[in-house]
Design a protein around this ligand. Structure first.
Ligand code: GLY
Length: 275
């Protein structure tokens, strides 16, 4: 079971979030967004031993997307310098939350290690002892280097360039991990290119479950036998049920996250998991 999860409440200002979605065509329903986020937190509380829930910050509409604010590997956490300037002051209360986790021995601030470094946690995927860091509009090479230094004794940082100049927001918009051997990825050309680079650079032949839509490529594994997936993507859901539940015996819970998707948010974005 996962020992700790950090999440953060959704502010009333959420509809002012940073997003590539045209909200003039499809406005965020804030009441529904809150309900969807509450449902997510409820699932966290059912499957994680300790959930630390940080209060919302009205000055930071994207603050519920805590994943971007820090990266944790074993007993070390790096508090990031986020890639979008409007989000950089989200980190304070989340860093305080990290201090409540007894297994964390070292907490470092990216900005103190390199002022030019930027990185969003959504670009980082830890699979076994490999930490894949996707360069993107939010995450630069200096950011990846800070992680390499901070985690030098605990994992191998592998920098991924496939999405560097693409419109994809984060690495984990196209690929996430089920466990140490298995990934879920979007079957579009960008997803396939990403998987090819991950396999080639790591030398690991992961088993990959491809789904046709990008949103459900972001799954949230809460332990070895329980995975949260996105509702409303029937073909991707059918594949995930077949591959995860029927073939691997993993229990699935599908959540409707329609309003968070409008904010360019996915399942992993709303928590930081600490085994
Ligand atoms: N709305 C999430 C982000 O752009 O970081």
């Amino acid at each position: 079971m996962i020992s700790y999860a950090i999440c953060r409440d959704l502010p009333q200002s959420f509809s002012n979030c940073v997003t590539a979605v045209d909200l003039s065509q499809s406005a965020i329903d804030i009441t529904l967004a809150r309900q969807q986020h509450d449902d997510y937190v409820k699932v966290l509380k059912e499957h994680v031993e300790n959930v630390i829930q940080v209060s919302a910050d009205e000055d930071h509409p994207d603050c519920c997307f805590v994943e971007d604010t820090c990266v944790v590997v074993k007993d070390t956490a790096v508090v990031n310098q986020l890639g979008h300037v409007s989000r950089q002051k989200e980190i304070g209360p989340n860093a305080e939350a990290l201090k409540q986790v007894p297994t964390l021995k070292t907490i470092v601030y990216m900005k103190d290690m390199d002022e030019e470094a930027t990185l969003d946690g959504g670009d980082c995927m830890l699979v076994g002892d490999h930490l894949y860091v996707g360069l993107s509009a939010r995450t630069n090479e200096q950011g990846a280097k800070v992680l390499e230094k901070a985690f030098s004794s605990s994992c191998k940082v592998v920098t991924i360039t496939a999405l560097k100049d693409s419109p994809t927001l984060h690495l984990k918009c196209l690929v996430t991990q089920v466990n140490e051997d298995t990934l879920v990825a979007c079957s579009n050309p960008a997803g396939k290119e990403l998987i090819q680079e991950i396999k080639q650079k790591s030398g690991i032949d992961y088993s990959v479950i491809f789904v046709p839509d990008s949103v459900p490529a972001n799954i949230l594994a809460l332990g070895s036998d329980f995975v949260v997936i996105q509702k409303n993507f029937p073909e991707s859901e059918r594949i995930l049920v077949e591959e995860l539940t029927e073939k691997r015996g993993i229990q699935l819970k599908a959540l409707d996250m329609s309003e968070l998707i409008k904010a360019d948010g996915a399942l992993t974005c709303c928590s930081v998991l600490i085994p």
